[in-house]
Design a binder for this molecule. Structure first.
Ligand code: ZN
Length: 279
């Protein structure tokens, strides 16, 4: 299967920054009884939850946009010392950090903000993508940079907060334009200000959906929520709305936590459920 596809004149490339070790399924979907997975073993890896920390590169004739920035350079001690591969993958896709016009952060969890800024020990952080605006939803910014939350969340104070002082921050709301033909939409639930990037080009449409879901079983089991979803009822509502729209409008969809090679595709409506058809 493919790691790249087109929405009109926009090329979408899936990149993996880090592949963590597989998790026990009960640690990720603790509300779902183990036996309910029997019918979805094909969505697991030897009964465990395998994911990757994905990033999407969007290249149009006029602009280069990066959606999310992975877990960062590392080495990641909590994942066996692996190092993030975003930079080499970006270059392999024909892009450079300097050539990125906008970085859209779907939300501010650590596995999405890792490469946003270079954290320099003893000195101020500097931007990894020096010519980019960084688009973060107002709601998300307010939540994570709130005094108490920032103090207890690793990564935000050094990895995100300096963006404001550096003058690189673009705070967004529902429907804020990023570049020509691309705008962010509020898709809350996974986090308070989670946003997705809607792309329209040459009569085609797509949604770089972020963390609207975490596993292919959720196309059929739309009410299942990963424990990472901060507001599960809201995440169900958002997921339902966008899977329905993806199927009816034939949107090209991407999900950063599905496995590379099968994280770009279409949502097919089958009876009262959905199915994933990777490109
Ligand atoms: Zn995530």
């Amino acid at each position: 299967m493919a790691t790249t596809a087109k929405i009109g004149d926009v090329r979408v490339t899936a990149i993996v920054d880090v592949t963590p070790p597989a998790f026990p399924i009960a640690n990720v979907f603790s509300d779902v009884p183990a036996s309910d997975w029997d019918a979805h073993q094909d969505a697991l890896s030897d009964g465990r939850f395998q994911t990757n920390f994905g990033v999407f590169l969007l290249q149009s004739p006029n602009s280069t946009v990066l959606v999310d920035t992975g877990a960062g350079p590392g080495p990641h001690d909590d994942m066996g010392g692996v190092e993030g591969k975003l930079m080499e993958q970006l270059r392999a896709a024909g892009a450079t950090p300097e050539g990125v016009d906008a970085v859209v952060l779907t939300h501010l969890h650590a596995d999405h903000i890792g490469w946003a800024l270079k954290q320099n020990p003893g000195a101020e952080s500097t931007p990894t993508f020096p010519n980019a605006r960084y688009a973060i939803s107002n709601t998300e910014w307010d939540y994570w940079t709130g005094h108490e939350v920032m103090a207890e969340t690793p990564g935000v104070e050094e990895g995100i907060y300096p963006l404001e002082k550096l003058g690189l921050l673009q705070l967004t709301d529902d429907e804020t334009a990023i570049v020509d033909g691309m705008r962010v939409l509020a898709t809350p639930g996974h986090t308070p200000g989670h946003q997705s990037l809607f792309v329209e080009s040459a009569g085609e449409k797509g949604l770089i959906a972020g963390d609207l879901l975490h596993n292919t079983a959720q196309f059929e089991e739309i009410d299942w929520c990963a424990d990472f979803d901060m507001d599960k009822p809201a995440s169900r509502t958002t997921r339902k709305k966008w899977l329905e729209k993806a199927a009816s409008d034939r949107l090209l969809m991407t999900f950063g936590h599905l496995i590379i090679d099968s994280n770009i595709g279409h949502v097919i409506s089958v009876g009262d459920r959905y199915r994933w058809q990777a490109v």
